[in-house]
Structures are given as C-alpha cells and as structure tokens.
Design a protein. Structure first.
Lengths: 208, 399, 85
C-alpha cells in the first residue's frame, strides 16, 4: 500500500508539518511577504529563491520542509526520487506578468519568461536537492483526479527505493496553497500517517 | 503486469505535412518547412515552421462551422487525432475504455493574446476565455470525438508529448484503460516567440543542429498522436500493429531552469532508463532521432550524453527540427511519428542544413538521407525546460 | 562616472532580485559572474534588457555580454561610451 510518511501544508499564513504548526505569520502580510518570512524562518541560505516566481517559491519551501537534512544524509538521500505536481492555475500569474513586458513598452523579460511553465517548480526543487528521477506536472481543475493518483502510485512502485514527493499546489494573485507529501510503499498501514488516496488527501487539505 | 504496448495508429500535422503520407514524402525529399511567418500576427521576422493550413481550412476539413469557438491548438490536435483513430480502426471490435492524453503548454493562448484587450473592453470574444487553459484544450479535442472516457494533460514544456505517450502506456499496463491516444499539440504564439527571443536562443536563419556554427532554434507548430493498446486488446480487435513502444524513460537534469548540464546528465539517465525498460543494449538501436534543437547548449549536452551512453561511434543520429522546426509540446509526438516512419520505411532522415562537425564531439549527424537502412529499434529524445528529459524507444513487430 | 556606477548598482539589485543587498555590498571591480555575485546566464540576459531599456544600447549577440559584464565598472564604462540616452 502507498502511504504518506510525511506532509507539510502551507496556506493562510501558516506552515504545518505532520499536523503541527511550525510557523505562523501576521495575517496582514501580503502573500509575497509571507513567502519571504517562511524563507527566513527556515533559515535557508539560497539567494536563487528570490529570483523565483511565487508559484515556484511556494513549492520550493514546502519541499524544503520535507527534504532538508536528507540531502546531507547519505542514507536518506535519494537522487532517483520521482517528484510529481498537480496544480490548478498553472503559471497563469507569471504568464500575465510576462505578457505585460511585451506590451507598449516592449522589453520581454527573460527571467520572467523562465517561470511561464508550471513544471519549473519541479526543476527548482530538483536543482536544489539534486534529484534526477522522474518528474511530471499535471494541470487539473480538481486535485481529486483518479488518473493522476493511479499514475503516481505506479511511479512509486517502480521507483527505487519506493518513495516519491508529491505537491498539490496552486497560486494566483496573492493567494497560494500547497500540500506536499512524501509517499512510500509500505507493508504495514501503521508505518505511515495515512493512506495515499484521494479521500485522505482531501482530508488533509480540509483539516488545515 | 508489463504487457507489450503496441502502436496501432498514428496521426500528424506539422509544417512538413498535413498527415503521415505528406510527412513521409517531405522526409524522403528532405523538404524543410522553415520560412516566413504567414499566419501569426507579429512584428518579428524570424524563420518558423508554421502548419500550412489556416484555422478556416481546418474547420472546413473537420466539418466545424466557421464561427464555432475552436483555438488553433485544438484544431491541429483534432486533425492529427482523427487520422490516428482512423488508422487504428478505433470503432472496430470490443467495447473499450479509451484515454486521451494530451501534452500542451500554450493551450488556447494564441486566441487569448489576440483577444486580450477585447476581453477587457467588450463581450465579442468572451467564449474564448474558457478555451484558454491547457485542460480545456484537451476537453475540447476529446469532446469532438465523443469516444474518450479518460482525459489528462501532462504539461512539461518540450517533453509534454513524450510524457503523454509514457502516461498512456502506464495506464494500459495498470489495467485502467484498454487504449490510449497519446501525444501533444502546440501552435506558435507571440507569447512564446517573444519569450524564446528574450532568451536569445532563436536563430535568425534556418537552424543547424549539431553544426559547429549553430546559433539557436526555429519554432514550429503541429500536433501528433499515437494510438497505444496492449497486445491482447489488439488481438481481440483483430488489429495489426504498426510497431511496438518497447521502452521509455524520464529523468531530471537537476541543473538549471532552461539550460542543460554540459555533460547531459538528465539526457543520459533518460536514455539509459529507456534502454533498460526495453531490455536492449545500446548497439541494438539503429537510429536516434535527437532532440537536437540547434542551440549551442542542447546539442553540446545531448551530444555528450549520446557518447556517454552509446560510445564514440553511436548509431545514426539526426535531428529533424531543421525540417519541422521545434514544435515544443508537440515535439515528442511529432518526432515519435517521424521515428516510426523512418523505421517502417527503412531510411534515416537527414539532419538538414548540417555543414561543419562539432569539434567537441567524436560523431557527426547524418548529413543526407540514408536509404535503404534497416532499423529494428529507434530511440527518440525530447527534453523540456525544467530539466525534464524523456526518451522513447519503438521497435519493429513481426507482423 | 561615480553617479552612473551607483545608479547601475541600484538597477542591478532591482532587476536581478538581489534580496537584502545594498549598493554598498557590491564591489564595482569584483566579477559579476563566476565568483563575486555568482550571477547566471538568465541574469546576463536581464542585464542585456537593462542596457536597452535604460540606456538605449542594443546588444545583438549574447556573447558580447562576456566582456561588458565582467564587473560593474566595465558595464559603466561601456554604457558611458555607447549610451543613446
């Protein structure tokens, strides 16, 4: 069975790891300021973070909560770990920002263009954590998509070791949210927090 | 349950042809589609490979009313999907669960950027708002055919169609669907023409993949799909296969958002994974259809990866992007069809416009078409921004 | 030239999202790429856009940037000789 072994939720100015609140900011902060506050709270030393768009920052921070420490520990490091992402609004806000740079004042911005693809989130996570495994990005109206869940479970079963990182993520116009889960194939259902199913993922999303 | 995945149909539309027959003819004659832009309304005079058909012509072909709300990306896809379904005799045989897996990045954006100010100032084109996003594009295409019970839209830039084909195969192997129609579609938009131009990776002339003087890529557009089914489903339907999808692999380069690692780490991993899944040795591959965009970075990276996996004397290598342009999200599908045509008809397509060998590589691509050529297994590479690298292997079947 | 160098540093910090940096933190003679600020290829492209947008200087070839962007001082010198406005 595929189980969630660790999870992290970031939304509405809070950061939660495995059910515990680990950071909360002033609710009046703009989303961009909240992201910077989380970065500082996690004490990250990664200046490239500030070049990312808000979608990539959102996914990157959630991945950091789950993966930091692993890449330093050879026993836990898994460079073949697949990473999957399901998002609703894709990179729409960055697409709009790029479009603005090709308007009347015509100066298309290469650094904005780089982020006009949702799967760059996966690229940023892979670059930081040196992950060379499979990665795929799905754009879905609803996170509860059977095909995507089945595909991810198949991916975990064929990965070596049988573990994957999955992001359920969305960000648009000052509102962002992400549920990041580390999932693995286990024999015993007590070896994880909950099963990796549409029902349980919705429960985690609704709980926080 | 790793059943064999057969290809029972394929469809394609690109600058070099509106179907598989025209595409084959262009490949055999080494005829490039790269030239001046005729459909896209832009200030740029950059060489691109547009599909010859206008939206109106495609609607007429498909029996769609002129004023119906269809984006160019969707129309290209319907043209290609229709050919694929017909070739596979989809209506034949048993009731079946069929998935439509569509890779695209621009979706309906070519209409959104055209009507953007209209959306803000009047209601004349509001129906195109709902046609904008990638998922909606997939649904619009699927709805035209009324035979699909599952749809999905993997969106990973230039490896989207290849990833769609892999997803289709995995769905069949997992027993979730019986048939998967998988590939990708993309039309040229001002948005990504400007974007690629801002990255300074477009060539102002026809591109020269794997050439020492190469200076960038040319954008193209198109759509291509494969009909995939298990051996069992094909047997029950009484369908003979065109070939087999014998292996595939996806890996991450983990190096940079838009550039590839100089050593081609991700590319090597993807090709090795594909070979392992096909249970093939590198020497058994008869032809590599390279990603070969013609950028200084990609061709160096991919060239090094090919040497790493296949040695200093690899199989025949060519990039067909100097014929079709870089069709971005459709490339994995377009080049899968080209690879299969090459294998079935026994020739190696030319790496058109190649002149001077790269000093850093011990091999050269195929300068002129080679015919006849016996190819039992062909490998096709598609690499996307974000370091998303995919490789597909197709093999001859006995029938 | 001093004024141009200061202005350039402010523009670079803004355009390249160099969070938390002030002009005082940038040594105008230190390499911009490689060590120094450790900028990458996308940053180089943004500097090309900055040159055109703020000074009217259009570079056709990304490789020209290699010499011009060696340091802030090099950039300032090139701009003062070639600026259109």
């Amino acid at each position: 069975m595929i189980l969630v072994s660790k999870y992290c939720v970031m939304r509405r100015h809070t950061l939660i790891e495995d059910g515990k609140l680990i950071f909360e900011s002033n609710p009046d902060l703009k989303y961009s300021e909240f992201l910077s506050a989380v970065y500082r709270n996690l004490q990250l030393q990664y200046p490239k973070f500030f070049k990312m768009d808000e979608l990539s920052k959102t996914g990157f921070l959630a991945a950091e909560v789950l993966l930091s420490g692993r890449t330093d520990n050879r026993n836990l490091q898994n460079e073949n770990m697949p990473v999957y992402m399901i998002c609703r609004s894709s990179s729409l806000e960055t697409d709009e920002n790029f479009e603005l740079t090709t308007g009347a004042e015509y100066f298309p911005s290469p650094s904005v263009f780089v982020y006009t693809l949702p799967n760059i989130v996966l690229g940023e996570i892979a670059i930081k954590n040196k992950l060379y495994g499979e990665n795929t990005c799905f754009v879905c109206e609803d996170f509860a998509n059977e095909i995507v869940f089945d595909y991810i479970c198949q991916g975990v079963r064929s990965a070596c070791p049988n573990e994957a990182l999955v992001l359920f993520i969305d960000q648009y116009h000052g509102v962002g949210e992400v549920l990041a889960v580390l999932i693995s194939e286990q024999r015993n259902e007590n070896d994880g927090i909950t099963g990796f199913t549409i029902e349980h993922i919705n429960e985690l999303l609704n709980k926080h | 349950m790793n059943c064999r995945i057969l290809v029972s149909g394929m469809g394609i539309v690109s600058g070099i042809g509106n179907n598989t027959d025209e595409t084959l003819a262009s490949l055999l004659e080494t005829r490039t589609a790269i030239g001046e832009l005729r459909h896209l309304n832009t200030i740029h005079r950059l060489p691109c490979a547009e599909v010859r058909l206008s939206d109106s012509e495609m609607k007429a072909m498909l029996g769609i009313p002129e004023n119906a709300v269809y984006t160019r990306t969707a129309l290209l896809a319907i043209v290609a999907t229709r050919e694929a379904l017909k070739m596979s005799c989809i209506e034949k045989g048993i009731p079946k669960r069929i998935a439509f897996i569509n890779g695209t990045t621009v979706g309906g954006m070519e209409k959104s950027e055209l009507y953007y100010t209209d959306f803000l100032t009047n209601d004349n084109f509001n129906e195109y708002i709902a046609a904008h996003d990638c998922g909606a594009c997939t649904e619009i295409i699927a709805d035209y055919f009324e035979c699909f019970s599952y749809v999905s839209t993997p969106s990973t830039a230039c490896s989207s169609a290849a990833n769609a084909i892999m997803l289709g195969a995995d769905l069949i192997r997992a027993g979730i669907v019986d048939i998967a129609v998988a590939g990708g579609t993309e039309c040229i938009t001002r948005f990504h023409l400007n974007g690629f131009n801002s990255l300074m990776i477009l060539d102002k002339q026809v591109c020269r993949p794997f050439d020492e003087t190469r200076a960038g890529l040319n954008l193209g557009e198109g759509a291509a799909y494969l009909v995939l089914e298990s051996e069992e489903t094909a047997r029950l339907r009484g369908i003979s296969a065109i070939c087999e999808l014998s292996g595939y692999g996806n890996a991450c380069d983990a190096y940079h958002q838009t550039a590839s690692s100089p050593e081609g780490i991700g590319a090597s991993l993807a090709m090795k994974k594909a070979l392992a899944s096909a249970h093939l040795q590198p020497a058994e591959i008869g032809y590599i259809n390279a990603h070969g965009t013609g950028t200084p970075n990609n061709d160096e990276s991919e060239g090094n990866a090919i040497v790493h996996v296949f040695g200093e004397k690899p199989p025949f290598v060519s990039s067909t992007k100097s014929l079709t342009g870089h069709t971005t999200s459709a490339a994995g599908g377009v080049e899968a069809v080209i690879s299969i045509l090459a294998m079935k008809h026994g020739f190696i397509p030319a790496n058109y416009n190649f002149g001077e060998p790269m000093k850093s590589l011990p091999f050269e691509p195929v300068k002129a078409k080679i015919e006849p050529a016996e190819i039992n297994h062909v490998l096709s590479n598609s690499f996307g921004f974000g370091g998303n690298n995919s490789s597909l292997i197709f093999s001859k079947t006995d029938n | 030239m001093e004024e141009l160098i200061l202005k350039l540093k402010e523009q670079i910090i803004e355009v390249l999202n160099l969070e938390g940096m002030t002009p005082e933190d940038i040594d105008e003679n230190a390499p911009l790429f490689g060590e120094g600020l450790g900028l990458d290829s996308i940053d180089a492209l943004e500097l090309i856009v900055l040159m055109e947008k703020n000074y009217g200087i259009k570079l056709q070839d990304a490789n020209q940037g290699r010499e011009i962007f060696r340091s802030v001082s090099c950039m300032a010198e090139y701009i003062s000789k070639n600026r259109k406005f």
